[in-house]
Design a protein. Structure first.
Ligand SMILES: *[C@@H]1O[C@H](CO)[C@@H](O)[C@H](O)[C@H]1NC(C)=O
Length: 141
């Protein structure tokens, strides 16, 4: 009985340590990243280039979009709409006014491809105001 008990508590302790370690990993590495850095979210800046240089992103990282009207932030549904800058089935994440002040925050909480773009003028179709990100799970690191 006594041995059984100490085995169990050793297992419990081991499990708790694992949980704490996993939690620390996930919470500890999440970062807040301002899209475009000091350039913010604006026409004439290459966000594909920015995303490449800022990669990799991790699950639960936060992207902050700071901008002025008439910019906005859309989530495009797939690669094709991203390539074509087709906003027909896109989801408006943040309107012209949401980028003011501290900006608009998106948490990359899913393991998927996120296609971001602005629908203003030809800022997407010029190839500039769009980028994609695929956050990596922490346990893969
Ligand atoms: C933006 O940068 C990427 C990566 O450096 C490059 O491949 C692309 O041609 C650039 N786009 C434009 C419109 O300059």
């Amino acid at each position: 009985m006594k041995m059984m008990g100490s085995t169990n508590s050793a297992i419990t302790r081991g499990f708790l340590l694992l949980v704490i370690a996993a939690t620390t990993l996930v919470v500890g590495q999440a970062e807040t990243v301002v899209v475009g850095g000091s350039e913010n979210w604006r026409p004439g800046y290459n966000y594909t280039d920015w995303a490449l240089k800022s990669s990799p992103f991790y699950i639960n990282d936060k992207l902050v979009f700071k901008y002025e009207a008439p910019q906005n932030v859309y989530l495009l549904p797939n690669l094709w709409s991203y390539i074509k800058c087709d906003f027909k089935n896109a989801k408006l994440l943040a309107s012209e006014t949401n980028g003011a002040g501290n900006g608009f925050e998106v948490v990359l909480n899913q393991w998927r491809l996120y296609y971001f773009a602005s629908s203003s003028g030809n800022d997407c179709s010029s190839g500039m105001m769009k980028f994609f990100a695929m956050p990596l799970p922490h346990w893969n690191y």
